[in-house]
Design a binder for this molecule. Structure first.
Ligand SMILES: Nc1ncnc2c1ncn2[C@@H]1O[C@H](COP(=O)(O)OP(=O)(O)OP(=O)(O)O)[C@@H](O)[C@H]1O
Ligand SMILES: [Mg+2]
Length: 154
């Protein structure tokens, strides 16, 4: 899997395309994202939180999106910003989707161990700021921000 890197204003960004249904490569984009963040000099706890967010977003693109989507990670002086976007099918009830344990995962995904209904909750929990916008038939965009520096990391 090949990510593309570019500079955006004061931030450095890396972007990955994720294919719908491509469970065989599930976790590849997020592990490359985590490795890139560590290589960039971010602490293990911070890279791990960003990696968890990217992983849950990546798996949701694989399991739920109609035609795949993108994960974009941008690092500026203060934050890692992780944006996961797809163009359908969208989420009918976002509050319900955020409820731990709620899942509409198909059998092929639960057979592989996905579908605990914890992914979005994990994304929210690991983010310092979390936003989700979704419209039925249009798509879903999730943005998460992780502070580069925390009290327990230098
Ligand atoms: N990108 C998306 N497009 C459409 N629906 C989504 C999307 N992401 C999540 N959902 C919906 O929200 C529900 C909850 O998602 P969440 O990631 O929390 O749990 P899960 O994917 O079902 O299980 P887990 O992530 O624990 O394996 C999903 O079951 C699905 O109905
Ligand atoms: Mg999930």
């Amino acid at each position: 899997m090949q990510g593309s890197a570019y500079a955006r204003e004061e931030a450095l960004c890396i972007e990955f395309d994720v294919r719908a249904g491509d469970v065989e490569h599930g976790g590849m984009a997020s592990s490359q994202i985590k490795a890139a963040l560590k290589q960039f000099g971010l602490s293990e706890p911070v890279a791990r939180r960003a990696g968890i967010i990217a992983f849950e977003g990546e798996m949701n693109l694989i399991v739920y999106s109609d035609s795949g989507g993108t994960i974009r990670v941008c690092v500026d002086s203060e934050y890692i910003e992780i944006t996961v976007q797809d163009f359908g099918p969208g989420i009918e009830d976002v509050d319900l989707a955020l409820t731990p344990g709620y899942s509409t995962a198909p059998a092929w995904a639960t057979d592989l161990g996905f579908g605990a209904g914890m992914g979005l909750h994990n994304m929210e929990k690991n983010a310092d700021r979390f936003e989700i916008h979704s419209r039925l038939d249009e798509g879903t965009t999730i943005s998460c921000w992780v502070k580069r520096r925390t009290d327990d990391s230098s």
